[in-house]
Ligand binder design. Structure first.
Ligand code: CP
Ligand code: NVA
Length: 292
């Protein structure tokens, strides 16, 4: 049985299989989810991930059920473990967005069917899969792609690192604050094709195929990183150091004027809309790969 909780549990063949399914299903939907009921639990807000999963499930002839904790007996007397055990009796898969990554362990112990991580405080595997799909599609190649990440070390970056660890011919440069790095580095394994930088390096920007960023403060992150990370804002000046073919990516939502300027989001180099559109393409591939 397959789950998508973290990228490290997948190998390169799994990811390429998801990409193949994504591409095929983009041209013609199938009814692989017929008679399947998938439960969606979103403890935090979402626009792209929730909607793209809902539409992808519809496209594949399945049904989704939005589950809200406060409408369950969980809010009264039932434990989370017993609640997840009950889900096992009725549902064929669970898609969970949570502030507490440890909940996936509890869920896995109680729910014996495919589980999808729709973002946690630690990781965002669906985003990394979809972003790599977008890069392969845009550059029409699967190798020698160089990504430069600017800003916070967060859940999106964590999964990006995990996917780059699998694809040795992708290079990842991470521009961030040293103290943020020191905390984050304890949580990651990094292969040789990943480097950290604490100052802007024009040569590295010049060789990049993609400049990527995300909010300086993720949901539920109450520390103020704006000042610390302001030198890594992706603005016109920074983008002007990049080569012509270089693209700009952001998982969205963006905090305009913080990690990125409106000008960059709206520029010709920005492929953020295609990136968001591919969330749907990739969700269909993920759902087929899970073999629910
Ligand atoms: N990128 C992303 O996961 O967006 P949402 O928070 O809107 O789902
Ligand atoms: N790092 C962001 C990603 C949102 C899709 C957050 O967790 O808020």
């Amino acid at each position: 049985m397959r789950n998508l909780i973290d990228i490290k549990n997948l190998n390169q063949d799994d990811i390429l299989e998801i990409f193949d399914y994504s591409k095929t299903l983009n041209n013609k939907f199938s009814d692989i989810l017929k008679n399947n009921n998938l439960g969606l639990i979103f403890e935090k807000s979402s626009t792209r991930t929730r909607l793209s999963f809902q539409v992808a499930i519809n496209n594949l002839s399945g049904k989704y059920i939005d589950i809200k904790y406060d409408e369950l007996n969980l809010s009264r007397i039932e434990s989370i473990e017993d609640t997840f055990k009950m889900f096992n009796l009725y549902l064929d898969s669970i898609i969970l967005r949570t502030s507490d990554h440890n909940k996936f362990k509890i869920l896995k112990d109680s729910f014996k069917k495919p589980i999808i991580n729709a973002l946690s405080d630690k990781s965002h595997p669906c985003q990394a899969i979809s972003d790599l799909y977008t890069l392969f599609e845009h550059f029409d190649r699967k190798e020698n792609i160089e990504i430069s990440w600017f800003g916070d070390c967060n859940n999106v970056l964590f999964s990006l690192i995990e996917i780059v660890n699998i694809f040795s011919n992708i290079k990842l440069n991470i521009f961030t604050d040293k103290n943020i790095y020191l905390n984050f580095s304890k949580t990651i394994y990094k292969s040789v094709n990943i480097d950290f930088f604490f100052e802007i390096d024009e040569t590295v920007i010049k060789s990049s195929d993609c400049i990527m960023t995300d909010v300086f403060n993720s949901m539920n992150d109450t520390t103020n990183k704006e000042k610390l990370l302001s030198k890594f804002q992706v603005n016109r000046k920074l983008m002007s150091l990049s080569k012509n073919e270089c693209v700009f990516m952001h998982c969205l939502p963006a905090k305009i004027g913080s990690e990125v300027t409106q000008e960059v989001i709206d520029s010709d180099k920005s492929i953020t809309l295609n990136q968001a559109k591919n969330r749907l393409t990739a969700q269909r591939g993920i759902l087929q790969w899970l073999n629910i």
